[in-house]
Design a binder for this molecule. Structure first.
Ligand code: ZN
Ligand code: ZN
Length: 334
C-alpha cells in the first residue's frame, strides 16, 4: 500500500510541467534557465562583437528614442504608465505607484568612463518623481540594477522587490529588498506582486558571480488591473504559462531591443517580432515596448526595434491602441 502511494506521488509529480514546480532550476549555487544551458557561438564571434561595440562607443550615437517634456498630471493619473527610458517605467494602478528596473544614470557600467552610455536623458528626473511605493528589479545587469538610482529611491522610502540573490546589491546601495523565487509572491499596499520566470542570465563582474542572482519577470495584480514587466528575456514557453496563470493582462511591458547579432543575443533577448508573439502568449490586452532607444547595447540601429515592432504588432492584430511605442517622458492611461 505504502509503495503504491509513493509510485502514485512520483507519477503525479512527473505530470506537473517542470516550471510549475517549486522555483527556478539551479545547479549548486548557480541559477539556470528552464530551457537548459545556452549555446555560445565561437570565441572569435563574441570577441569581434565586443571589439566593435567598444569602438562604436566612441562614435556619436544616432537613432535615440524621442523625448518629450513629462506631464505631471498625466503621470499621476490612475491607472497610467510613463516611459522614463530603457526598461524604466513609472506605473500607477489601484492606488500604488511603482517603477520597473529604475535606471537614471549615464552609464550602464561599474566604471564611469566605459561601457554603454545613455543616449537620451531620463524622461522624468529622479527628484521630480512622485512618491514611489516600490520598485521591481528584474536582474542584476547594470542597465537594470543601478546602484545610484537604488540609493536615491531608498532615501525617499521606496522598497525593492527582487529575484533571489539580488538583495545584496540593493542592501549595498542602502535599500531594503524582498527576495522572491519564481512563482512566489508578496503583497504591498493592497497589490499582489508575483515573481515569474524569464529566460536570461546574470552577473555583474567578469569573474565569480555568473548565475548566482536569479533573473525574473513580474506580474502585479491589483483590484482592477494586471500589469506585467518582462525584464530581460529571450523567447520561451514561460510566456504561455504566465498567460495561463495570470491572463488576460491589462498591460504587458516587453523588451524589444538588443537582438543583433542573433547568434549571441537570441537566447537572452527578444527581437520585436518575438515580443509580439510573447504578448499573444501572455494574453496581453495592451503591450508597451521598452529596452530600446536609450542605451546603445548591441549592433542593430537604435531606431530599428520600434519600426519592426510596429509592423509585427499590426500584422498580429495589435493596432496603435493596443501596441505602444511611447516617447521618453510620455504618459498613457490604461
Ligand atoms: Zn540583462
Ligand atoms: Zn538589458
Amino acid at each position: 500500500m505504502h509503495r503504491k502511494l509513493i509510485v502514485l506521488a512520483l507519477v503525479l509529480s512527473a505530470m506537473v510541467p517542470p516550471m510549475a514546480r517549486a522555483g527556478a532550476p539551479r545547479n549548486g549555487d548557480r541559477f539556470l534557465n528552464s530551457a537548459g544551458p545556452r549555446e555560445w557561438p565561437g570565441i572569435p564571434e563574441v570577441l569581434g562583437f565586443f571589439l566593435r561595440k567598444t569602438w562604436q562607443s566612441f562614435l556619436p550615437p544616432s537613432g535615440a528614442a524621442r523625448r518629450v517634456p513629462f506631464d505631471r498630471q498625466a503621470m499621476e493619473r490612475n491607472p497610467s504608465v510613463t516611459w522614463i527610458g530603457h526598461s524604466t517605467l513609472l506605473v500607477r494602478m489601484d492606488g500604488v505607484t511603482f517603477l520597473t528596473d529604475p535606471m537614471f544614470s549615464d552609464r550602464a557600467s561599474p566604471i564611469a568612463f566605459f561601457g554603454p552610455r545613455r543616449v537620451v536623458a531620463p524622461g522624468v528626473p529622479l527628484d521630480q518623481l512622485p512618491k514611489v511605493d516600490f520598485a521591481l528589479l528584474s536582474h542584476d545587469h547594470y542597465d537594470h540594477a543601478d546602484v545610484p538610482s537604488i540609493t536615491a529611491l531608498a532615501r525617499g522610502g521606496t522598497r525593492f522587490v527582487v529575484p533571489l540573490g539580488l538583495g545584496d546589491v540593493v542592501r549595498g546601495a542602502g535599500g531594503d529588498a524582498i527576495e522572491l523565487d519564481w512563482w512566489q509572491h508578496t503583497r504591498i499596499n493592497g497589490v499582489d506582486i508575483h515573481c515569474v520566470p524569464a529566460q536570461h542570465f546574470s552577473g555583474r563582474s567578469a569573474f565569480g558571480d555568473h548565475g548566482r542572482r536569479l533573473w525574473a519577470g513580474w506580474v502585479v495584480v491589483g483590484a482592477t488591473r494586471r500589469f506585467y514587466h518582462g525584464g530581460d528575456t529571450g523567447f520561451f514557453s514561460g510566456f504561455a504559462e504566465i498567460g495561463k496563470r495570470f491572463g488576460p493582462l491589462d498591460l504587458a511591458a516587453l523588451p524589444i531591443g538588443a537582438y543583433d547579432p542573433p547568434s549571441i543575443m537570441r537566447f537572452v533577448h527578444l527581437d520585436p517580432e518575438e515580443a509580439v508573439r510573447a504578448a499573444v502568449d501572455l494574453r496581453a490586452e495592451r503591450v508597451v515596448a521598452m529596452h530600446f532607444g536609450t542605451f546603445d547595447l548591441t549592433e542593430e540601429p537604435l531606431d530599428e526595434p520600434p519600426r519592426r515592432f510596429r509592423r509585427a504588432a499590426t500584422r498580429n492584430g495589435f493596432d496603435r491602441e493596443r501596441a505602444w511605442t511611447l516617447k521618453i517622458g510620455e504618459s498613457r492611461d490604461w
